[in-house]
Structures are given as C-alpha cells and as structure tokens.
Design a protein around this ligand. Structure first.
Ligand code: HEC
Ligand code: HEC
Length: 328
C-alpha cells in the first residue's frame, strides 16, 4: 500500500516539471538590467502640447487613436490608405484615447521599448508593437515605419510617456488588471454561464450576434464596436485569448466599469470572455498564426493553438482550467 502512494507522489512531481510557460525563462529574456522606479500614473495636460510640428503630430496621433476608421480604415476613399481591415478604433480597446488605467494604456509605453516579445521571440520596437495591433486587433496590414501615421502614433505615445524614465517604471494602471489566477487554475471557464452574463450585461450595446451598432455613413466607425464577426479582431489578437480578454473585461466592461469599481465578478468576466471567443462565433483568421510563439517555453498559457510544452489539449488552453499550465 505504502509503495503505491510513493509512486503516485513521484508521478505528480514529474507532472509539475511540465508546466507550459516557463516564467523564469520569460523574466530572464525580458530583463534589461535597468532598475525601474515606482511612479504615479499621470496623464499629461493637453493644453501643454506645443504649437509646432511635434505638437501637430501628437494631436494627429491622438486623432488616429480615437477615429482610426476615418484615416486608415477599410472604408476610406483612398485604397492606398486602407491599412486597417476592420472599422474598430485603437480606442475600442485602449479606452479614452489610450489614457484609461488598466485598459492597456499608452501612458509610460514609450519608455518600455525596445523590449523582448515572446510572441515573436525577438526584441521588438514601439512601431513593431503598433503594427502588431494593426495586423491582429485591427485585422489589417502594417503601417510603413516612416509614414506620417506611424510617426503620429509614436509621437502621441511618446508624449503620453513624458516624465517616465527610459527603461520604464512600475506604475499602477499600466497594462491590464489580472482576474483571480487561483480561480482560473481551479476551474474551466463556462461559456454557457457566459452567455447568460452576455444577455444581462452586454447585449444591449454589442448586439445578439456580437455585431455592435455602426454609425451612419462610410468610414464612420461604431457607436458600440463588434465583438465578433467579419469586422472584428482576428484570431491572432490578444483579445482572442481567454485570460487577456477576461482581464480587459473585468475592469472596463460593461462601459463605465473601472478597476476600482468593477461591475462584473471575476467569475463572470472569465465566463463571458469564453463565450465571446467561442469558435462558433466567426472572426477572421490571422495569416501565419502558427508561427506565433515559436518557442514553446515562453508561449502564453491561453494561446488556443498548439504545440505546447505541457500535455494539455488546445481546448484546455482555450478554456482552462490552467492548474497544469501556469506555474505560480
Ligand atoms: C481589439 C482590441 C485592441 C485594439 C482595437 C487595439 N489594440 Fe493595442 N493592444 C491590445 C491588447 C490586448 C494589448 C496587450 C495588453 C497587455 O498585454 O497588457 C495591446 C497592446 C498595445 C500596445 C503596447 C502597450 C504597452 O504599454 O505595452 C500598443 C503600443 C498598442 N496596443 C497600440 C495599438 C494601436 C496604435 C491600435 C490602433 C491602430 C491598437 N493598439 C488597437 C488590444 C487592442
Ligand atoms: C453601454 C454600452 C456597452 C455595454 C453594456 C458593454 N460594452 Fe463593451 N464596449 C462599449 C464601447 C463603447 C466600447 C469601445 C470603447 C470606446 O469606444 O470607448 C466597448 C468595447 C468592448 C471591447 C473591446 C473592443 C471590441 O470590439 O472587441 C470588448 C471586448 C467589450 N467591449 C466587451 C464587452 C462585454 C463582454 C460586455 C458585457 C459584460 C460589454 N462589452 C458591455 C460599450 C459597451
């Protein structure tokens, strides 16, 4: 009897060495040897933008963030300017023109680049990061690095990052706030329960088919953006991943929610994110998605496409539970 117990303990130890993502390895690759100070989250005052070429570019960058569809969307008059493949705006996810805390804001972002990017397994620049969202969240094409539009995004993000030292700072409000990782390790998300959350908290704005409500006229964007369908983010987008989507939703949706005053519980955010990203909800495919996270040691836990370092299925990576996937 004793022997059997010992054997099963040994097997359990074996399994723990096969977690999907090696967070130590990721930390090692992300290290710049730069010590980050702790700073307060601060949005600069717009009245301080100067009246000169730099100021004009900053203002154009903000305008592009808010009204992306008007300048580089798929419905703009000049076919050469149709870089985005959908009518979302950057602000659809980076709320309040990229200044809302915990909506992956641009405040402090410029100070963080260049940085290690596990998805590409390389050191990426800020313009490459913008083009990551162009090709995934916006389901489109990369902007040329020297285009006026890319320079404007860079200038706006640079201006929003003023005062943050090169190398970046630890700051409340940057990135997304994480929902309870203990829960996501213990149970899979339940898209059926998520559908109920959707009907109560989301359907009024985002529609019964996730289609949102479009504004009148061409290249005029949405009043409420679509969550799935032809005109939404593609399968290579961060928002297509369960934990990223749940983290975003918890502190930003329904509209009006914040990290300090959320409307959904962590469980509701987890379930509704799973419902939103169901494979039965059509969304465009990302070209060459299989080359994402080519090094499985630093592959994010919720990427719903193998191969993986662990033995869990694509379904478990898509819906959880993440107990055998995420280590600490
Ligand atoms: C469908 C949602 C969505 C849309 C639309 C979107 N993004 Fe993103 N973006 C994300 C997510 C999710 C992240 C990653 C956040 C994280 O992991 O903390 C991100 C990250 C970024 C970052 C890095 C931020 C940082 O501080 O490291 C930049 C820069 C960025 N996006 C620019 C843009 C630009 C410019 C546009 C419009 C052309 C855009 N994004 C449109 C979802 C979106
Ligand atoms: C009162 C209307 C409203 C409600 C209710 C609402 N949203 Fe949104 N949602 C918005 C708006 C508006 C945006 C775009 C942000 C902006 O433009 O400021 C958005 C953006 C989003 C986005 C990112 C952009 C995209 O199109 O993918 C997601 C994801 C999202 N909402 C999910 C949800 C979920 C899930 C719920 C229910 C829990 C919900 N929303 C409830 C209005 C709403």
């Amino acid at each position: 009897m004793k022997k059997v117990i010992l054997l099963s303990t040994a097997a359990a130890v074996c399994v723990t060495t096969l977690f999907a993502i090696d967070l130590k390895e990721l930390a090692k690759r992300s290290d710049k040897g730069i010590k980050k100070p702790t700073m307060e989250y601060k949005i600069p005052d717009e009245s301080t933008i100067p009246n000169n070429q730099y100021g004009d570019l900053v203002k154009y960058g903000k305008e592009l963030t808010v009204n992306t569809f008007k300048y580089i969307g798929p419905e703009v008059e000049d076919p050469k300017m149709r870089f985005a493949g959908n009518n979302l705006s950057c602000q659809s996810c980076h709320l309040d023109a990229g200044t809302k805390a915990y909506s992956a804001p641009f405040v402090g972002t410029a100070a963080e680049f260049p940085q290690y990017r596990p998805r590409e397994d390389t050191i990426g620049t800020l313009s490459e990061r913008v083009n990551g969202c162009m090709q995934r969240s916006m389901n489109g094409y990369p902007l040329p690095p020297n285009s006026k539009e890319m320079k404007a995004f860079e200038a706006y993000i640079h201006w929003l990052s003023q005062g943050v030292p090169v190398g970046g700072a630890k700051m409340e409000g940057r990135g997304l706030a994480k929902i309870d990782r203990k829960m996501v390790k213990q149970r899979a998300a339940d898209p059926k329960a998520g559908e109920k959350v959707y009907e109560v908290h989301c359907v009024a704005c985002h529609g019964a088919n996730g289609e949102g409500i479009k504004n009148e006229g061409l290249a005029n964007g949405y009043m409420y953006p679509p969550l799935w369908g032809e005109d939404s983010y593609n399968r290579g987008a961060g928002m297509f991943r369960l934990l990223k989507a749940a983290d975003f939703i918890k502190s930003n949706m329904p509209l009006g929610a914040t990290n300090e005053h959320p409307i959904l519980t962590d469980a509701e955010a987890y379930d509704v994110a799973a419902f939103m990203n169901l494979d039965s909800h059509y969304r465009p495919e990302k070209i060459n998605r299989s080359s994402d996270f080519s090094d499985v040691r630093v592959k994010a836990a919720d990427v719903p496409k193998g191969p993986y370092m662990d033995k869990e299925s694509e379904t478990t990576h898509k819906f959880g539970p993440y107990g055998n996937i995420i280590k600490n």
